[in-house]
Design a protein around this ligand. Structure first.
Ligand code: MTE
Ligand code: MO
Length: 217
């Protein structure tokens, strides 16, 4: 224990995560849940809300909120890492996992589908490769810590990407901005299409353990 951590419980917890290999380079532990986004927080009348699946799929879909809630859901624990250098450990989310929809025949992808574009309110988008979207660490979340998402964290639906606490050093772990808040559609695409932050200079792939923060890193 260093002098600095002696009276600083946050520093002390950070040291534990660092020593156990869960704190990626350049990151520090936060006990809070910072809010980061560009633009306003949308307000909803959930009777008007819809969620769309389109692009390289056999049949495009549109679901109401009531229909969305009937989809298969699972709970996932994740370590999340923001490019602004905070990490939060053991965050608990509940939501829809894409492979469940595919396995149950709820959506059918064309073989040409290789990328997923997340479409959010106000035209915000972000992009991931389909392979990453199929990992157990990519979730369409409706709940955080047993409660509906807070408006500023993406209510009613957001994408979450992170690392499993059981495999914290998965080299394919991505920064948290790849999780779009206020998600309204998933587009399956044959070609990659950089989103809002990616076009603003953030790294297109965004692997945490390689510190792919900005293009050119
Ligand atoms: N719709 C939308 N989603 C977004 C963003 C945004 O600007 N708009 N910012 C991203 C960024 S940069 C980060 S770090 C995370 C932050 O999520 P949080 O506010 O729940 O911590 O959301 C991501 N999702
Ligand atoms: Mo961010």
């Amino acid at each position: 224990m260093t002098l600095g951590s002696l009276f600083n419980p946050r520093k002390e917890r950070e040291g534990i995560f660092k020593r156990s290999g869960r704190l990626p380079p350049g990151q520090s532990l936060t006990e809070k849940f910072p809010v980061l986004h560009y633009g306003p927080v949308p307000q909803y009348d959930m009777s008007q809300w819809t969620f769309r699946i389109f692009g390289e799929v056999e049949e495009p879909k549109t679901w109401t909120w009531e229909e969305f809630l009937k989809l298969p859901m699972r709970e996932v624990m994740m370590d999340i890492h923001c490019v602004t250098r905070w990490s939060k450990f053991d965050t608990r989310w509940r939501g829809v996992w894409l492979p469940d929809l595919i396995e149950q025949g709820i959506i059918r992808l064309k073989p040409s589908a290789r990328y997923v574009i997340e479409h959010c309110e106000f035209g915000f988008t972000t992009n991931l490769d389909l392979e990453h979207f199929m990992k157990p660490t990519t979730l369409l979340a409706i709940e955080y810590d047993g409660k509906p998402l807070e408006p500023e964290h993406g209510y009613p639906l957001r994408v979450v990407v992170g690392a499993l606490p059981t495999a914290p050093q998965d080299p394919d772990t991505r920064y948290f901005w790849k999780g779009g808040k206020w998600l309204r559609a998933l587009e399956f695409s044959a070609m990659d299409r950089p989103g809002f932050w990616e076009r603003a200079g953030y790294h297109n792939i965004a692997r945490v353990w390689r510190e792919e923060r900005f293009e050119g890193d």
